[in-house]
Design a protein around this ligand. Structure first.
Ligand SMILES: Nc1ncnc2c1ncn2[C@@H]1O[C@H](COP(=O)(O)OP(=O)(O)OP(=O)(O)O)[C@@H](O)[C@H]1O
Ligand SMILES: [Mg+2]
Length: 253
């Protein structure tokens, strides 16, 4: 049994949208170099929790949070922390791909350019590298300068993965990143994520239990804004400690 080394941690996290409380006293750890899956019924706070992990929650006009989110032990909400630095450390893979209205090449180069300056040759190499890591290179290498909008949705999602990786994050956050994809494209993304956990910490929201069983090393089960149960995937799936977890896993709600 491997020991859990937390990369992220929340302590007594509460989140509110106006007067609605969306997260209540959430204290969890996110293990390093593993895939953590946040599961639970619609409206239970999965997306909200994910957004708290990279301060995207602050982009919601009416949102307010209390408590701490520690990244390598440092509270990302402390006043001395630069929010841009926090967000750079985590790439977000949205439910639907949002390629920028530019070429395939430029979509990936964009992530690289804004952080580091490169010569043309280096830039090309780097773009190729991230497209390869995202599993898209072979399909696009002959049309790098075509508009990204010409790609299929599944290809666009891998392009967004490549763009996200180009920023050199430590953490990949995904909010149902395969839900808009066909099964084959979803498999492509899942395969990449499994490879990527060697180097990144990955946190995914999913309401597909079969997918959670395929991918998760660590599971957080939420219900009505609270964490009911969290632990290694084999434990939560095979031997849940709470009746509500058991009911959810058996499809009772
Ligand atoms: N911008 C917002 N303003 C007001 N309420 C919000 C906002 N975003 C989310 N909520 C509410 O907060 C609660 C948690 O929402 P959240 O999106 O985190 O749930 P979720 O678990 O991701 O659900 P789903 O599986 O449907 O995506 C819900 O009651 C939702 O209606
Ligand atoms: Mg959601």
């Amino acid at each position: 049994m491997s020991e859990i080394i937390p990369h992220l941690e929340t302590q007594n996290l509460n989140a509110y949208y106006g007067s609605t409380q969306a997260l209540e006293d959430v204290s969890i750890v996110i293990p390093r170099n593993q895939i953590t899956m946040i599961i639970g019924p619609s409206g239970c706070g999965k997306t909200t929790l994910l957004k708290c992990l990279n301060r995207f929650i602050e982009l919601e006009e009416n949102a307010r949070i209390e408590g701490k989110v520690l990244l390598d032990g440092e509270n990302i909400y402390s006043p001395s922390v630069d929010v841009t630095e926090v967000r750079k450390k985590s790439g977000l893979l949205a439910q639907r791909p949002y390629p920028l209205p530019m070429s395939i090449f430029d979509n990936v180069a964009y992530g690289i350019r804004i952080h580091r300056l490169h010569s043309r040759g280096q830039l090309h190499q780097a773009v190729q590298h991230y497209l390869q890591v995202a599993g898209l290179w072979e399909e696009v290498k002959d049309r790098l300068h075509a508009p990204a909008s010409q790609l299929s949705i599944g290809q666009q999602q891998r392009l967004c993965l490549a763009r996200g990786l180009a920023v050199e994050p430590e953490i990949i956050l995904g909010d149902e990143p395969t839900s808009a994809l066909d099964p084959i494209s979803a498999q492509h993304i899942e395969k990449r994520l499994i490879e990527l956990k060697q180097r990144y910490t990955i946190v995914l929201v999913s309401h597909i239990l079969r997918q959670a069983r395929r991918l998760a090393d660590y599971v957080i089960f939420m219900y009505m804004g609270r964490v009911v149960e969290a632990g290694p995937a084999h434990q939560v799936f095979n031997n849940p400690q709470h009746e509500r977890t058991r009911a959810y896993l058996s499809g009772e709600f």
